[in-house]
Design a protein around this ligand. Structure first.
Ligand code: SF4
Ligand code: SF4
Length: 477
């Protein structure tokens, strides 16, 4: 395999996993982008690999599991040993039969003690806290960390990035699916910084008037403006691109002004409690009762006393914005998630700190109140795109990339290259800042054309590199 740390001495000095992962710029690949070396710098009982594919229609985790089963199973004990974890678990949906078979075969062949944990189809099965509850029976405290209950959770893509790091390769590429209004659902392997629209083009959009969601339909980032779509690039956390008609329900729902949402809440909430009963945070025992926040909204402006405000609205601090209440539970079409987002801002403005319950316990009947994925898909008007699986993975090779310096939670990395510099794929482009941050590496061979505070634009060499290093001479693949 190609060696990508340019400085061999540098690689040799990364003797322990945490330093190696830090040098390679590994961050949570499942969407959060939390720097992985920080997560791994602890001791816990459970190391859980999240291959659940939390949101409907995403295809990436499945592909990784069936394609790289042996590599995943080989890497998990390395991470588990570093964490001192006695339980090493790969969690994925029970219906992923091919993927489970591939992982089980890899476990059998290696004789490792990695456990495979199948979950039911529900949303949000891949939410970190819900997953921990399912696997361990423990509830993470309100606004707490998995390590508070003896767990570290990493996405399966992150595990593969760690496997690369152990072999001296930093994070330079990304696997992602493109789904929705496309000729064919595709799985792509692309260099970081490739324009999102090039990925869409590769799938063959069936309509011209489309808008995009980066990620899943429930929590993904919506791009409805053409300019925003043109500027968007694939980062370390882009696992899926959804192509949908611009007038799709999901875009209309998200575009509703907050004032309209508040007015609808005051006039139409029937206090049925469905938003609370189906809320994943309420189910694991957190103080999260959106129906009460909705009930009290009419007098929110009149509440001057912070203690009373906390009593009426403090629950909103525990909302994880999963969207179950807004896009599935509420029979009146109201938006508790958006109201909670608004209240969270008000709590910050008023400098109110909601207390945390450290002893959360799963509620009775929680298992009977899960949101079934297929019903959610129907509710979201996505059934016609559901169950279309890509057959193979394709590499794309762009003419240029724009690599953002902030692809992670924390401070942006600091440029170490300037315009005019030639760079190799895997060479350090921007170094992690002090504190929480992550290294950023060039995803291609080429020449840096421009460096801004936001990132670096690189013109790829005529002999282009794809994300896995396959050289393609001239034009497009
Ligand atoms: S589900 Fe809707 S109508 Fe029912 S309590 Fe919640 S916000 Fe009100
Ligand atoms: S978005 Fe709704 S369902 Fe999800 S955690 Fe917040 S209140 Fe609960």
């Amino acid at each position: 395999m190609e060696e990508l740390f340019p400085d061999k001495e540098e690689k040799r000095s990364h003797m322990n996993l945490v330093e190696t992962v830090k040098a390679a710029g590994v961050v949570g690949a499942g969407g959060a982008g939390f720097p992985t070396h920080v997560k791994l710098n602890t001791k816990v009982e459970y190391f859980i690999v999240n291959a659940v594919e939390c949101e409907p229609l995403i295809e990436t985790d499945k592909y990784l599991c069936r394609t790289w089963a042996e590599r995943i199973v080989r890497t998990v004990p390395v991470i588990g040993d570093s964490l001192g974890a006695s339980r090493r678990v790969i969690a994925l949906k029970a219906g992923y039969e091919r993927e489970i078979a591939a992982l089980q075969e890899a476990v059998r062949a290696s004789g490792s003690d990695v456990e495979i944990f199948p979950l039911r189809y529900f949303y949000p099965a891949g939410d970190e806290q819900t997953l921990i509850q399912q696997v361990t029976g423990r509830s993470v405290p309100e606004r707490g960390l998995p390590s508070d209950v003896g767990c570290v959770v990493d996405n399966v893509g992150t595990v593969l990035n760690i496997a690369d790091a152990l072999e001296g390769r930093p994070v330079t590429g990304k696997y992602l699916s493109v789904v929705g209004e496309v000729r064919q659902t595709v799985l792509l392997h692309v260099p970081l910084g490739i324009p999102v629209l090039e990925c869409v083009e590769a799938a063959g959009p069936l309509i011209s008037d489309f808008a995009l969601i980066l990620g899943g339909p429930m929590m993904g980032r919506q791009l409805t403006d053409r300019r925003a779509m043109e500027q968007a690039v694939v980062t370390k956390t882009t696992g899926n691109i959804m192509v949908l008609p611009r007038d799709h329900y999901l875009f209309k729902k998200a575009a509703l002004p907050l004032e309209t949402i508040k007015r609808q809440t005051r006039s139409s909430c029937i206090q049925c409690r469905m938003c609370t009963d189906l809320c994943p945070r309420y189910q694991i025992g957190h103080q999260m009762r959106p129906n009460l926040v909705m009930r009290n909204l009419w007098r929110e402006q009149a509440v001057k006393d912070n203690e009373e405000y906390l009593k009426l609205f403090g629950d909103a601090a525990n909302c994880c914005s999963c969207g179950v209440c807004e896009l599935f539970a509420c029979p009146m079409g109201l938006s508790p998630r958006r109201v909670n987002d608004y209240i969270k801002g008000e709590l910050r403005n008023r400098r109110i700190q909601a207390p945390k319950n450290p002893e959360a316990r799963k509620r009775a009947f929680a298992d009977e109140r899960k949101t079934p994925t297929n019903r959610l898909v129907a509710r979201l008007d996505l059934t016609r795109y559901y169950g279309k699986h890509p057959q193979e993975c394709r590499d794309l090779c762009p003419d240029q990339v724009f690599i953002p310096f902030s692809q992670h939670i924390g401070k942006p990395a600091v440029a170490v290259k300037k315009a005019g510099d030639a760079v190799r794929r895997g060479e350090l482009l921007a170094a992690a800042a002090e504190g929480l941050s992550a290294n950023i590496h060039s995803s291609v061979d080429g020449v840096v054309e421009e460096v801004t505070a936001k990132g670096a634009r690189i013109r790829c060499k005529a002999e282009k590199a794809t994300a896995n290093g396959v050289r393609i001479r001239g034009g497009k693949e």
